[in-house]
Design a protein around this ligand. Structure first.
Ligand SMILES: Cc1cc2nc3c(=O)[nH]c(=O)nc-3n(C[C@H](O)[C@H](O)[C@H](O)COP(=O)(O)OP(=O)(O)OC[C@H]3O[C@@H](n4cnc5c(N)ncnc54)[C@H](O)[C@@H]3O)c2cc1C
Length: 434
């Protein structure tokens, strides 16, 4: 049952034609659609909603996750051609931003610095989403089938639809078996750090084998810290440098065997990049396996020389236990598959590069009642082909939609697919079961 939070007592809910309080499609249409989030997915959604003529309010700090929750000095793993925020019109791609700034064109061999991506996202927002309100949404509840939205400023209003584009940070995965053993100042997730230079001179145990672990280790080393990477994998992998700047310049047989895609070369990656609509119809276990397996942990090609022979990497190991000792951490590490082989690692801090796990329950800006109404699988929301959840009018995009539509939703390259579909579903007012 939808909750009446008391919100409607203060705000007049538009009535249906029969004068009842029941919500018909038209009141929902007359109220704004609220987009929460101003990262690549929120901005793209807002751009597509505006092109469809949908009345909207958009909230968030532009590119906040990129400027506050990613390390300074980082480079994007995705190539420039796969790093554009989608808009329905031409003129808003990363290359357009570079041209506007008097910078030349770049190809696949150019790693995009995070600072350039942040500046591009803000440029996109100023030009394409000027209506953005740089305020935080404090809570969203459901009231008579509509949404009661409360801002940090205390402003309250009703929304017909809500798009959750709040990104990765709420889903940061911190293994509880480790965090439970250590005081908060000795262990942290990578998403909590923008300036890794604060660890200069310290010994840092970095847990993980993906881009985040390897790039954090490189940046820590370069900042004068002493990182050690602990990886479950038997070896850490790095990508291969692209042979050419444009995939179309590669010899034809190579292109046929490994066609280019926004996720990288290869038929399976091309299928993932283009086939989100089909992926949604696969059994959920297959989709979840795909999410874990496709683009498994590896570092960008330019990281190899910054990590190999510079940073100790303990492969095939897992942390069995951790304890605080002399102001630092003492980790007991065991070989994967052979718990008898153990070693001890002492460090000043444990940095968790343990990724992100979608869990609707972590989205605490939705009231507990509303969260309970969202049907989930393994913590992820069930979504219709238009990104709508089991709660009519509540949409999820970005990482939260990846368990439904596949790995492309983990990347900026998925913004076109997501925003086009979502804005289309909002404009059509269609109601399809997720
Ligand atoms: C270290 C790292 C490296 C990455 N490298 C790449 C890469 O090379 N290429 C790539 O394509 N992807 C990369 N990604 C993934 C990329 O970050 C995501 O695909 C992308 O940021 C998702 O965009 P988003 O809009 O969903 O979320 P985010 O970028 O996380 O934005 C979330 C937005 O929500 C807003 N928000 C949150 N809560 C509220 C609230 N209560 N009220 C108002 N606003 C709120 C924030 O202000 C922010 O604007 C990387 C991720 C990480 C962690």
């Amino acid at each position: 049952m939808p909750m009446n939070t008391g919100f409607t007592a203060r705000y007049r809910v538009p009535r249906g034609k029969d004068g009842s309080g029941r919500v018909h499609a038209s009141p929902r249409r007359r109220l704004p659609t609220v987009v929460i989030g101003a990262g690549p997915y929120g901005l793209a959604t807002a751009a597509w909603l505006s092109a469809a003529g949908t009345e909207r309010r958009v909230f968030g700090e532009p590119m906040e996750c990129w400027s506050a929750n990613m390390p300074d000095g980082m480079f994007l793993k995705s190539v420039p051609a796969a790093s554009s925020v989608s808009a329905p019109e031409a003129g808003y791609r990363l290359e357009d931003f570079r041209t506007a700034r008097g910078r030349g064109p770049v190809g696949d061999r150019y790693p995009v610095p995070v600072e350039e991506m942040i500046a591009y996202g803000r440029w996109f927002q100023e030009r394409r989403v000027p209506e953005l309100e740089r305020r935080r949404v404090r809570s969203v509840g459901r009231t008579d089938g509509l949404f009661g939205v409360t801002l940090d400023s205390g402003e309250e209003f009703l929304a017909g639809r809500v798009v959750m584009a709040t990104g990765l940070v709420p889903f940061a995965h911190e293994p509880p078996e480790l965090t439970g053993l250590l005081p908060a100042e000795l262990v942290s997730h990578t998403s909590r750090h923008h300036d890794l230079g604060r660890f200069s001179g310290q010994r840092i145990a970095v847990l993980g084998a993906g881009q985040s672990a390897l790039e954090s280790a490189a940046l820590l080393h370069e900042a004068g810290a002493f990182p050690t990477v602990i990886a479950r994998a038997r070896s850490v992998a790095f990508g291969s440098p692209p042979d050419t700047d444009r995939p179309s310049d590669r010899p034809r047989p190579v292109r046929v065997l490994k066609p280019g895609s926004p996720l990288g070369p290869g038929w399976s990656l091309l299928a993932c990049a283009r086939g989100g609509g089909v992926i949604r119809h696969l059994p959920q276990d297959v989709r979840l396996r795909m999410l874990r397996g496709v683009l498994g942990p590896s570092g960008g090609w330019w990281l190899r020389e910054r990590v190999e022979d510079r940073v100790p990497v303990l492969c095939g190991r897992r942390v069995r236990s951790a304890m605080a000792e002399d102001g630092g951490v003492c980790l007991e590490i065991e070989a994967v598959g052979d718990g008898r082989r153990t070693e001890t690692l002492r460090a000043d801090h444990l940095l968790l590069a343990t990724g992100y796990q979608v869990d609707v329950d972590r989205l605490t800006l939705l009231t507990p009642e509303l969260r309970r109404e969202v049907e989930t699988f393994h913590g992820a929301p069930r979504l219709s082909s238009g990104f709508e959840s089991s709660v009519p009018g509540l949409f999820f995009t970005g990482l939260a939609a990846a368990p439904t539509f596949g790995p492309v939703l983990r990347f900026v390259a998925g913004t076109g697919f997501a925003a086009r579909r979502l804005a289309g579903a909002v404009a059509a007012g269609s109601r399809e079961r997720p």
